[in-house]
Design a protein around this ligand. Sequence first.
Ligand code: ATP
Length: 383
Amino acid sequence: MAKVVLKDLTKRFGSVVAVRNVNLEIQDGEFMVLVGPSGCGKTTALRCVAGLEEVSEGEIWIGDRLVNDVSPKDRDIAMVFQNYALYPHMNVYENMAFGLRLRLPPTTPLAWLLQRRAYKAKNAEIDRRVRQAAEMLDLQQLLYRRPKELSGGQRQRVALGRAIVREPKVFLMDEPLSNLDAKLRVQTRAELIRLHRRLGITTIYVTHDQVEAMTMGDRIAVMEGGVIQQVDTPLNLYNHPVNMFVAGFIGSPEMNMLEATLKRLDGHYFVDTGSFQVKIPEGRAKNLEAYVGKSVIFGIRPEDIYDPELAPFSNRDGNQVTVTVDVIEPMGSSLLVYLTAGKHPLIASCDANTRLKENETWQAVFDMQKAHLFDKDSTKAIF
Ligand code: ATP
């Protein structure tokens, strides 16, 4: 196991800057997720760590080694890709053993004779590792099948097995679940988490799926435009996004964001969207004076908008908003409610027991303790 450090990492492809001045420390044994929309540079960053792309500027450290000039095979990493990259003519056992065999000395007849004992011992070691990984991944019954005789999920497990047998210091995974159907993806996600807990190998995992990131990562680095926007635990990213990009990217459905003006009335601060006005709770009304009279962005997550009868708090001080229900989508355990507050459309995620009807007018309650405010110019969070 090893710590991985990216220092001022930049990667250019001609005039395109795919990764820009990235600094990231991944702790020994940590599961770090790189997440962001298509083209944000996450795969390129991973490929730089793997040694598949040459770094334009900066340093990559694996353990206590600067690896900028170390070839991929000597970096003590194992990579799992989206497309599995299994050898079609080899069975599962051979696919898993292949990477280890490549590390053996040349097998000329003379070398083979001279090193017969070492070779036998190595083969026994390969066999032990393959069977152990097969057991971990529940592949024992499939060892002699070829990839074409396997399901997508089984193939992905073989690809994982091939990485595990190498007993690397670092796992690098590039969207390994994206070829699986929704149900299998959830199952395999849980298997991967269990496997990581068991092996404790430092892992960098790339995905564009924020749900995958939130459920798997010890910490998550959110990227956009080649730049890391925020690195934090899943809960902190959700509760304390540092800017509008992270706030919009983490959470589903997305946070409602509305342009508003900050006002001060009788010593209290209010957010006025033009369609409604809500009060900022006393405890959160710090360092706001500079924004009074200015345009800000007000953010409220769908799950922080409540049916007044079902809100888990009794406070109704400046947090009620008159809304009209446009459409209700039952989701089973919850309802997605599309609302309009004046000229502003909003989405609320409500308890399934909410007795709302379409076209009804309703006093929605906002949990203002969890609302967000952003500087409109810098897009940075005010709170
Ligand atoms: P996706 O989720 O779509 O794979 P990503 O976040 O992994 O996206 P990258 O593949 O890292 O993004 O690409 C980052 C940027 O670098 C993109 O603008 C892409 O077009 C560009 N890029 C990537 N590889 C190359 C290359 N070999 N040559 C030129 N440009 C490249």
